[in-house]
Ligand binder design. Structure first.
Ligand code: ZN
Length: 473
């Protein structure tokens, strides 16, 4: 930043750097009115004393940070000649540039709340000590760009022991979460082992669950807010979108999480819940056999998928007119299941099985029994039967669509009426007159006495025609 271009130095106050504050006042005309001189002297004294004990190396950093040839702390002057009552926080200058033509912005977040002129000697020296410490901290941070610090924070985060453990055990962690919600838990042995396992899962998974999804297992990609803590030599990196923050220790180049855990214990625990689950899977032989059987049925049905879907289409069209083929009946349900290439009695393999409803396992046995050896042939025969049935159910012109007493409305009649109504808009009573063949003057004027449907139902009583229309059109 170009602080040296707007700042002023005065020999009487060598430890203070006078900077114009307030947007309209880029210059300083004079400093410290008479009544302000005392405060100015006390501040100079406190700053000089504090800066005296700063090691050479840090002193150089501070001079570079503020762009001055002697170590000092900035003191704001506003309206060209009045001392501003609060000292400036170093964040005002960190990774920022300010315009030479305008004074520094007066924004309370960039100023300390303390009114330095009213502090006792002891409080003033404590305040100045803190200010100097924070300037030195920022002078160190200013050596690198903000984005470089963010990179350092990212890499320290990924190196954090819990994050490293989580990312190396990612497959197990995910498998535990999937299995914990899986319908298969209900068919594994034994219920008391399962409930103990689930109880352990709640404890063991807690540290991983406390980390937001976007931070698994690198820092999220949202904008970050960095808050500086000179007293603990750390930067707090916060994501407001994820509502999560981590601390970064500058000298140690290490990150720490909001809830630190005992790493050797966490490492042991994650291995234990995996082992305990594997033991459960091994003792659930019967379930394992059923899963293998289901996978086999699925593979076999998949080979006949085109003919099965064909059969299902016919069955939908024929509604209840036909018997269903057992393979077609189970196909839709079996198709929904998902199996890994190899089914093994362990956590990682079982977590890859998707069985939305575990009751399908109970039915697996009976399906195996009904399963015919020549499935292809049996499906082909069934399809043939359905095709014949469909032929018989094909619509015929003399299908009776509506019947009342001795009057029958045939498909061919209905189709003619529907066609007429698509082309003409007539009120119901007039449609009845047309169908009965009553050539009223209105009907003649409209030319409907020439229509194909005129007199189509001439033997029907008017009230039956109305009923037929309401029911069928
Ligand atoms: Zn985020």
């Amino acid at each position: 930043m170009q602080l040296q271009q707007i700042a002023y130095q005065f020999n009487d106050y060598p430890s203070l750097l006078f900077v114009p504050a307030g947007r309209k006042y880029p210059e300083i005309r004079s400093i410290g009115h008479k009544e302000e001189r005392a405060a100015l002297s006390r501040l100079q004294q406190a700053a000089a004393q504090e800066l005296q004990s700063v090691p050479e190396e840090e002193m150089t950093l501070l001079k570079t940070f503020l762009g001055t040839d002697r170590p000092s702390i900035p003191l704001p002057v506003y309206k060209q000649e009045r001392l501003y009552p609060h000292l400036i926080r170093p964040e005002m200058f960190l990774w920022k540039k300010h315009s030479v033509q305008r004074g520094l912005p007066i924004n309370s977040s960039y100023f300390y709340p303390e009114v330095y002129g009213t502090l006792s000697a002891q409080d003033l020296s404590r305040h100045v000590k803190k200010v100097v410490q924070e300037y030195l901290f920022c002078a160190r941070l200013n050596k690198l760009e903000r984005k470089h610090w963010l990179e350092k924070i990212n890499s320290a985060y990924t190196q954090h022991p819990l994050i490293r453990l989580a990312s190396s055990k990612e497959a197990v962690i995910q498998a535990v979460e999937i299995m914990n919600k899986s319908s298969l838990l209900g068919v594994l042995k034994y219920p008391e082992d399962i409930s103990y396992w689930r109880h352990r899962v709640e404890i063991v998974m807690r540290p991983y669950r406390s980390i937001p999804p976007a931070w698994q297992w690198t820092v999220c990609s949202h904008e970050k807010e960095l808050t500086l803590h000179a007293d603990t030599d750390s930067i707090i990196c916060t994501c407001s979108a994820c509502r999560y923050s981590v601390s970064y220790h500058v000298s140690k180049d290490e990150a720490s999480l909001p809830d630190e855990v005992n790493i050797p214990q966490a490492t042991k625990r994650i291995a234990t819940i995996e082992r305990q689950f594997n033991e459960i899977a091994v003792q659930s032989e019967e379930t394992m056999e059923k899963l293998h059987a289901l996978k086999e049925i699925q593979t076999e049905l998949a080979q006949h998928a085109p003919i099965i879907t064909h059969i299902q289409d016919f069955q939908t069209r024929l509604e209840n007119a036909s018997e269903t083929h057992p393979a077609a009946a189970i196909y839709t349900e079996i198709e929904k299941l998902d199996f890994p290439n190899a089914i093994r009695p362990d956590l990682l393999s079982l977590a890859n099985i998707s069985v939305p409803d575990a009751s399908v396992l109970r039915r697996a046995e009976s399906w195996c029994k009904q399963h015919s050896h020549d499935l292809g042939e049996s499906l082909a025969r069934h399809l043939q039967k359905l095709q014949e049935l469909a032929e018989q159910h094909k619509p015929q012109a003399d299908d009776v669509m509506f019947e009342i007493k001795e009057f029958r409305l045939l498909r061919s009649h209905l189709e003619k009426i529907q066609l007429f109504l698509q082309e003409e808009t007539v009120p119901n009573h007039m449609l009845v007159q047309i169908l009965r063949g009553e050539a009223t003057s209105k009907i003649r004027r409209s030319g409907f006495h020439e229509a194909e449907v005129f007199g189509l139902l001439n033997e029907w009583p008017a009230k039956y025609i109305t009923k037929a229309i309401i029911k069928s059109c």
